[in-house]
Design a protein around this ligand. Sequence first.
Ligand SMILES: Nc1ncnc2c1ncn2[C@@H]1O[C@H](COP(=O)(O)OP(=O)(O)OP(=O)(O)O)[C@@H](O)[C@H]1O
Ligand SMILES: O=P(O)(O)OC[C@H]1O[C@H](OP(=O)(O)OP(=O)(O)O)[C@H](O)[C@@H]1O
Ligand SMILES: [Mg+2]
Length: 285
Amino acid sequence: MNTLKIAIQKSGRLNEDSLRLLRSCGIAVDNGTDQLKVTTPNFPLEIFYLRNSDIPQYLEDGVVDVGIIGKNLLVESGSNVRVVERLGFARCRLSLAIPKSAVGSEVTYFEGRKIATSYPNTTSAYLRSKNVVAEIHEISGSVEIAPNIGLADGICDLVSSGSTLFKNNLKEIETVATSEAVLACAPIITETAKEILDKLLFRIKAVQRAKNSKYILLNVPNEKIAAVSSILPVLRSPTVLPLSEPGWSSLHSVIDEQKFWDVIDELKRAGAEDILIVPIDKMVL
Ligand SMILES: Nc1ncnc2c1ncn2[C@@H]1O[C@H](COP(=O)(O)OP(=O)(O)OP(=O)(O)O)[C@@H](O)[C@H]1O
Ligand SMILES: O=P(O)(O)OC[C@H]1O[C@H](OP(=O)(O)OP(=O)(O)O)[C@H](O)[C@@H]1O
Ligand SMILES: [Mg+2]
C-alpha cells in the first residue's frame, strides 16, 4: 500500500498534541482508542498507536517510517534515527536534582553517591563528560520519590514546571539536556514514503509558521506610514490601503508575535492607532 506509516503515542503526554498537529494539517484522524492501527481517509497515512518507549525501536527496525516522540527518548535509546522536524510541544528538560536541604549546587555533588533515573544512558554519559563517578539506580517512574525513601542521594529526571520537584522537596542543580517533541524518521524509507513525508512536512511547516505569526492591522496618518513601516518587524513591506477618512491609511502585514511585543510602544509613539492582532491558520511562503 502506498502510505506513510507513522507512530504516535497511544496515550500520555504526546498523544493529544500529536493528533492536534495532524488535524491542523487537514488530516482526518481517529483517536485510536479502539484500534491500534488506523488509516486516514483524506491523506495516505497509516497511524500506529504505540507505547512511547517502544517507538525508537519500531523506527530503527523500519516497522514504521516516522514517529512523533520526545527528543529525550531518542537520545536515551541511542538509536540510528533522524530528526526531520522539531514540533515545539512537550518542551521539558532532563535535570539533576538533590534534596533542598543538601549542600551542593553542581554535578560534583554526585561523586561517590547514588543517583536515581529513568534515563541511565543519558545520565551516565553526562556524568562521564564531567568526570564524576556515581552509582546509577534505574527506576521507570516516580523518580522524584527516590531521595525521600532513601533509595538515592538525588535524581536525574524530566522537569517542566518544576512542581513535582517542589512537592518532593528537591532542588534542580544542573540541566543535562533539553527536549521537545520531534518528528523522527527511520534510517531507510521507500521513495513513495519519502514523497508522502515531504507533503506532510510541507503542511507541518505551514502550520508551525502560522502558530508563531500574527496578522497585524493598524491605522496611521499618511505622513507617518514610512516611520511606522520601518519599525514593523514584518516579512515583506506592508500592504497600505486608504481609509475613507482623508489623510489616513490602514497598514496590514504579518509579524512574529514575540517581536510585536518588543515594538508595540515604539509603534504607538510613531503614530500607529487602532492596532489589531489576528491569528493566522496556515502560512505558505
Ligand atoms: N512534565 C513534562 N512536561 C513536558 N513534556 C514532558 C513532561 N514529561 C514528559 N514529557 C515528554 O513527553 C514524553 C512522553 O511522556 P509520558 O509520560 O506521556 O510517556 P512515558 O510514560 O514516558 O511513556 P509510555 O507511553 O511508554 O508509557 C516524554 O518522553 C517527554 O519527551
Ligand atoms: O516539572 P513538572 O511540570 O512537575 O513535570 C515533571 C514530571 O513530569 C513527568 O512525569 P509524568 O507526570 O509524565 O509521570 P510518569 O512518571 O508517570 O510518566 C516527569 O517524569 C516528572 O515527574
Ligand atoms: Mg512521564
